[in-house]
Ligand binder design. Structure first.
Ligand code: KIV
Length: 272
């Protein structure tokens, strides 16, 4: 009897482009560790983002700014080991690419060399053009990130919806065109009006993945802890919760504590 082996077709940047062309939506979710990345990959996610949102949901920081390159590499190594199918994209953290383009390419090379990831993600448009060009010319695929860019939170001063005014919307559209022209393979658009998301997705050839950018874009991304309801405190309008793991985990842990205290656990079957 011969074993039937299911062939896994790895998601590539080219495949994402083909998905956009034929109108197939792209699914993307964050992960920061081996066990969760394994579940998410087996579920059939197209793109797994090792986001610097790790700073919030894993490390408890109030912003993503304190996250270091070494920390991103540590998270990404764990995720990469678990993933067979999804495209793995890793955030370049704050301070690892804004200084100058030489530093930027060194940071991106470290991520690719030390983690085995497929691509990096960077926040910003024209202002980081030189870094983008240098990283792309080193053969490293880049996903852009425009709109609400959390690494610039101190400049914005608020996590409110971006690009509601014409001038900012025009700049965002210009930046998206630029990222497309430079050779980025996709762009995350965060927290902008849905009609602007539509316009960007219709204007550029590369896939536009939205988080709070409405339903007309080419795919959606969420932070895993938010969509699984682990993190109860964060509930923006764009977030849909697919589970309430906070309560599930809390109840399980309380049950375990009670079983230990009452000597219900372990029983004879659970003992040697
Ligand atoms: O770091 C992150 O999780 C992100 C998503 C919000 C897109 O950049």
């Amino acid at each position: 009897m011969s074993a039937i082996t299911e062939e896994i077709r790895k998601v590539t940047t080219q495949r994402l482009l083909e998905m956009k062309r034929r109108g197939e939506k792209i699914s993307m979710l964050t992960a920061y560790d081996y066990s969760m990345a394994s579940i998410i990959d087996k579920a059939g996610m197209d793109v797994i983002l090792v986001g610097d949102s790790a700073g919030n949901v894993m490390a408890g920081h109030t912003t993503t700014l304190p996250v270091t390159l070494d920390q991103m590499i540590w998270y990404a190594q764990a995720v990469r080991k678990a993933v067979n199918r999804a495209l793995v994209v890793v955030d370049l953290p704050f301070g690892s690419y804004q200084g100058n383009s030489k530093e930027a390419v060194c940071s991106a090379i470290r991520i690719m060399k030390e983690t085995g990831a497929d691509a990096v993600k960077m926040e910003g448009g024209a202002e980081i053009q030189e870094s983008i060009q240098r990283i792309l010319s080193a053969g490293i695929p880049i996903m852009g990130h425009l709109g609400l860019t959390p690494q610039s939170i101190n400049k914005f001063g608020t996590y409110a919806v971006r690009a509601k005014e014409e001038a900012e919307a025009n700049k965002l559209l210009d930046d998206a065109r630029l990222l497309d022209k430079l050779g980025c393979f996709g762009i995350v658009l965060e927290k902008i009006p849905a009609l602007l998301g539509k316009k960007v997705a219709e204007t550029v050839d590369i896939p536009i993945i939205g988080i709070g950018a409405g339903g007309y874009v080419d795919g959606q991304v969420l932070v895993m802890h938010d969509m699984l309801g682990i993190n109860k405190a964060f509930s923006p309008r764009f977030l849909r919760r697919y589970a309430n793991l906070h309560s599930v985990i809390r109840e399980a842990v309380e049950h375990y504590i009670s079983d230990v205290k009452t000597t219900d656990f372990p029983n004879e079957k659970e003992s040697y």
